[in-house]
Design a protein around this ligand. Structure first.
Ligand code: NAD
Length: 471
């Protein structure tokens, strides 16, 4: 059993002051695979002090120095790429295909910050004034379990690019992944205190970070409900806040889409990361008269999907991260049935032969109304709702009729029309045909999917405060 009994403060692995423990359970077998000792308020305060002290000098580093630090981080993470993939598969249950892409995204995010720094202007002219973009201060980075090290790498590399120091609180459910990435970051040899990582609970370590007057900025990825409480707490000391929250992303299948291609793409976009993805395309909007054809293709496509051991290279859907998450998805499937939606494929319970883990049957509902719970709330599991529309205007209206606005998708043979419809959708990222990621492009949500943007120049600027000098 893997026992994680250190937190990382001021450049060293130290025994936490906190003594409570949290069990790490395999999502594949539900067997105990590890235990983490949780940091407490004292550990969180020590981490903040170290970051505050380090900020005094790190905020004065040159761009060239920060590029070197980022290059060292890239090298150290790259060196252990395979181990990072393996631990994500083991602890989180991410299918190896997805986990490989996720670790690659982590590396790409570090690299993109190196590239941005090469041309970014920290000193600009505005009228007669000189404007200097200065690091905002100590940032608290709070991350969820569904791509833990990816979030740590993208947030940390952006903060470092800006000249900020950080305290990090990953999900306690990701402690084994956190241990490995911390070892990589330690090997990169940054000055002590630049990054500090404390395992712990959200309402203890996270809350200490978000209420500390010494934290200037919070970058949070997680649920909308926790995001709201963080925004409220942060307001007391007027913290800069970036929130990356939940989603209920629409995927509009246009009349002209080649269904043989568009349906497999749409199902993959809905079930990405075993459905545990904030940007999953979970509402499939279909022209009413194409419904029967679409239903046949969905059944065919889902029948070919392999649900199972995340270590197998052909597995597309792994287990839910925890029993709690499995139960949550089951409740939503039941609510769809209760509200009168029809199960096209999948349904309640576990797939045959996979009873020991948190496996869900990939489920597609038809006859869904956009006002049903399964169409309004984020399920965070492999469940897609098919909703029909008669006109493009109606499709756009349904797509925008949600409290969320993180991502949206359009499937069409006419990319010009796709782009035109994209301009009418209220979402931070809209993909026409497929679901690509670009680490240089801003990422974030409209409405209750968040505040601010990460990635690219947009992400970097959220860690910088413009200082105007008029002489
Ligand atoms: P969560 O909101 O429960 O927890 C996220 C992090 O916040 C964890 O580290 C948790 O310990 C911490 N936390 C909890 N309470 C806190 C508090 N009071 N103060 C400070 N920190 C606190 O989310 P989760 O269950 O870990 O992850 C799933 C959610 O994350 C989904 O809703 C999903 O949509 C969202 N998510 C969003 C994005 C995005 O980029 N928009 C990406 C991935 C996941």
């Amino acid at each position: 059993m893997n026992k994680i009994n250190k937190v990382y403060i001021n450049g060293q692995f130290v025994t936490p002051h906190g003594t409570d423990t949290f069990k790490l359970i395999s999502p594949v077998t539900n067997e105990l695979i590890g235990e983490v000792v949780l940091g407490d308020e004292t550990d969180a305060i020590n981490a903040i002090s170290a970051a505050k002290e380090a900020f005094k000098t790190f905020s004065k580093t040159t761009v060239a120095e920060r590029i070197q630090y980022l290059e060292k981080i890239y090298t150290a993470v790259f060196k252990r790429k395979q181990e990072l993939i393996d631990i994500m598969v083991k602890e989180y249950g991410g299918p190896v295909q997805f986990s490989t892409a996720s670790v690659q995204n982590a590396l790409d995010s570090i690299n993109s910050n190196i590239e941005i720094l090469k041309t970014f202007e920290f000193k600009r002219k505005a009228g007669n004034a000189v404007v200097i973009l200065t690091p905002v201060g100590v940032a608290a980075l709070i991350t969820p379990w569904n791509a833990s090290n990816g979030f740590i790498c993208s947030k940390l590399s952006t903060a470092i690019a800006a000249g900020c120091t950080v305290v990090i609180k990953p999900s306690e459910m990701s402690a084994m992944q956190t241990q490995l990435i911390t070892e990589c970051l330690h090997e990169a040899g940054l000055p002590k205190g630049v990054f500090n990582i404390v395992n712990g609970l959200g309402n203890i370590v996270g809350a200490t970070f978000t209420s500390s007057p010494d934290i200037a900025k919070i970058s949070f990825t997680g649920s909308t409900i926790v995001g709201k409480s963080i925004a409220g707490k942060g307001a007391e000391s007027i913290k800069r806040i970036t929130l990356e929250l939940g989603g209920k992303s629409p995927n509009i299948l246009l009349e002209d889409a080649n269904l043989e291609e568009a349906i497999p793409v749409s199902i993959a976009a809905g079930f990405m990361n075993s459905g545990q993805a904030c940007i999953a395309a979970t509402r499939l909007l279909v022209p009413e008269h194409k419904l029967e054809e679409v239903k046949l293709l969905i059944k065919e496509t889902v029948a070919k999907i392999k649900v199972g051991n995340p270590q197998d290279t052909d597995t597309q859907i792994g287990p839910m991260v925890s029993v709690k998450q499995y139960n949550r998805v089951q409740q939503y499937i039941q609510s769809g049935i209760d509200e009168g939606a029809e199960i096209l494929t999948g349904g309640p319970g576990k797939p045959e032969g996979l009873e020991s883990g948190n496996f869900v049957r990939p489920t597609v509902f038809v006859n869904v109304h956009n006002d049903m719970q399964i169409a309004r709330e984020e399920i965070f599991g492999p469940v897609i709702s098919v909703i029909t529309y008669k006109t493009i205007d109606e499709a756009v209206e349904i797509a925008n009729d949600t409290i969320y606005g993180l991502a949206a998708y359009i499937q069409t043979a006419d990319v010009v029309k796709g782009e035109e419809i994209a301009t009418r959708l209220e979402a931070g990222r809209i993909a026409v045909n497929g679901f690509k990621h670009d680490p240089l492009a801003p990422f974030g949500g409209f409405k209750q999917s968040g505040i601010g943007r990460e990635y690219g120049v947009y992400g970097l600027e959220t860690y910088l405060e413009p200082k105007t000098i008029l002489i």
